[in-house]
Design a binder for this molecule. Structure first.
Ligand code: SF4
Length: 118
């Protein structure tokens, strides 16, 4: 199977042409550096994303508190993560970078506020 993806590791945005066989990359073209190869392998074998979204607040100056996962989480967990996040309510002031949920979903990654809200 052939596939094209765009490397997002730097602003160059190289178009990577992949040939995949049995879930492994057997040929890679288009990367200008080794980071592109690492990115391609990650995208095919274990794609991850930083989840950036908002959670509800209660009694604060804004209705929603912007949050993100401090590290990328598996792409396959994004929908589950959004289900969990829908049930979270922040009821106290938070500082930017403060942990909202430690070890979110047991993934070893914290969910943190990206803005101070009082
Ligand atoms: S392959 Fe290298 S140069 Fe190209 S976008 Fe990725 S990191 Fe940048």
């Amino acid at each position: 199977m052939k596939k094209e993806i765009i490397c997002i590791e730097c602003p160059n945005g190289c178009v990577l042409s992949l040939e995949i066989k049995d879930g492994e990359i057997v040929n890679l073209e288009g990367n200008k550096c080794d980071k592109g190869k690492v990115y391609a392998v990650s995208e095919i074998e274990n794609p991850v994303r930083v989840l950036t979204t908002t959670v509800m607040s209660e009694g604060l100056s804004v209705l929603m508190v912007p949050v993100k996962t401090r590290e990328p989480i598996p792409k396959s967990e994004l929908l589950n993560a959004m289900e969990k996040i829908r049930k979270i309510k922040v009821k106290r002031s938070v500082e930017a970078g403060e942990v909202i949920v430690r070890n979110f979903m047991g993934l070893g990654v914290d969910l943190v506020a990206t803005r101070s809200v009082s």
